[in-house]
Design a protein around this ligand. Structure first.
Ligand SMILES: Cc1cc2nc3c(=O)[nH]c(=O)nc-3n(C[C@H](O)[C@H](O)[C@H](O)COP(=O)(O)OP(=O)(O)OC[C@H]3O[C@@H](n4cnc5c(N)ncnc54)[C@H](O)[C@@H]3O)c2cc1C
Length: 332
């Protein structure tokens, strides 16, 4: 992000969840220069992180869609007017600059912007990590991942996955035909995933180790040595693998809100009917906002996004008249 220091975006969306993605698309469609800041290495917020395999039935015009496919659709939509996307980047402070615009300090550097839309949902997501100390070089050396970004990285490798939810099962099933061998380690005998996924898992070549916890990591002869402790016993055994994927879910932290000079109700941002906060040209949408009648639903967040974008662009560029309908924007 350092090379962007002098660049000033029209709108910066803080939070790459479903609502932030729709706001970015809607602003891009109106020719705005847009950036998205997202703390995770992936887009999609709660939908992608917490319930990717569940069906969503209450988005207008869609009879039913798997949550992860909804995010794929949003990413495809976003690609029509691609914004600048900063992943693994957490927004920290929001200060005014000499022009009365904003500087957002982030974990990766500063970002300059005329307007801001806050779409941080329940807060910055971070993966739940292994609960014991291990050499951090295991992550940089590629032995230990908290996210699967490219399945090919695991081709013909011996892979251990830790976790018992939909996401861990999903990765185990996706990697079974690619990796040399996949072992799934979970601390309970029952998995929390969808019944249909658990059935697929039981029928797959994935080796299941329950009830075990990972208690230590080391390396030997270019392989990871994973110490497993059988739950409620003192029994230990060791697994060797090329790669370990830890999928223990996510934590969400929204405490940063308290430093942004916004009027809050609890940990929610108060907005008016134009999604405006108490700070000029800072808007908020999605699960992070509160107003009478607010519902934490995708459909509601998707409706708030165009209101915030239209108000923001009208305020930043009052001379530009923005058409209301997408059917008036393009010929085809
Ligand atoms: C189990 C479950 C099932 C659900 N089912 C449905 C359903 O069927 N229908 C429905 O309509 N809704 C459903 N919801 C609710 C829906 O998921 C939320 O309303 C929606 O995700 C809100 O979107 P959002 O973009 O506002 O926030 P989020 O999805 O929370 O996304 C916010 C993003 O902002 C990022 N972020 C936060 N802080 C920072 C920061 N400081 N810097 C950078 N990035 C940051 C986070 O990492 C996150 O990716 C469900 C929710 C859950 C938990």
């Amino acid at each position: 992000m350092r090379e962007k220091l002098t660049h000033k975006y029209d709108l910066t969306i803080i939070g790459g969840g479903p609502v932030g993605l729709f706001a970015a698309y809607f602003a891009g469609m109106r020719n705005a220069d847009v950036a998205i800041i997202e703390s995770l290495p992936q887009l999609g917020g709660q939908v992608a992180a917490l319930f990717p395999e569940k069906m969503v039935y209450d988005v207008g015009g869609i009879a039913g869609i798997k949550a992860k496919d909804l995010i794929k659709q949003q990413e495809a939509q976003l690609a029509l007017f691609p914004p600048k996307i900063f992943l693994k980047t957490e927004a920290q402070t929001i200060e005014t600059d000499d022009d009365g615009d904003y500087v957002i300090t982030t974990t990766q550097g500063d970002l300059h912007t005329r307007g801001i839309i806050i779409a941080i949902g329940t807060g910055a997501f971070a993966p739940r990590r292994l609960a014991f100390d291990y050499d951090p070089a295991l992550e940089t050396a590629g032995y230990l991942d908290y996210f699967v970004q490219d399945l090919e990285t695991y081709r013909d490798r011996d892979v251990v996955i830790a976790g018992g939810g939909d996401s861990a099962i999903d990765w185990a099933l996706a990697l079974a035909p690619i990796a040399q061998h996949v072992t799934l380690v979970h601390r309970r005998n029952q998995f929390r995933g969808l019944e249909s996924s658990v059935t697929k898992l039981e029928e797959s070549p994935v080796q299941i180790k329950t009830p075990y916890l990972i208690s230590q990591l080391a390396t030997a002869a270019d392989q990871l040595v994973i110490d497993l402790k059988k739950v409620k016993t003192d029994d230990h055994e060791q697994l060797r693998a090329d790669k370990l994927i830890v999928n223990y879910g996510f934590t969400a932290d929204s405490r940063v809100l308290r430093q942004w000079g916004l009027e809050l109700a609890g940990m929610k941002v108060k907005v008016n009917t134009q999604m405006a906060t108490n700070r000029p040209r800072i808007y908020a949408i999605g699960d992070v906002v509160t107003y009478p009648g607010k519902l934490d639903l995708l459909a509601v967040g998707y409706a708030e996004a165009p209101i915030a974008v239209a108000t923001a662009l009208q305020t930043i560029y009052p001379e530009k008249i923005q058409p209301v309908h997408s059917t008036s924007l393009f010929e085809h």
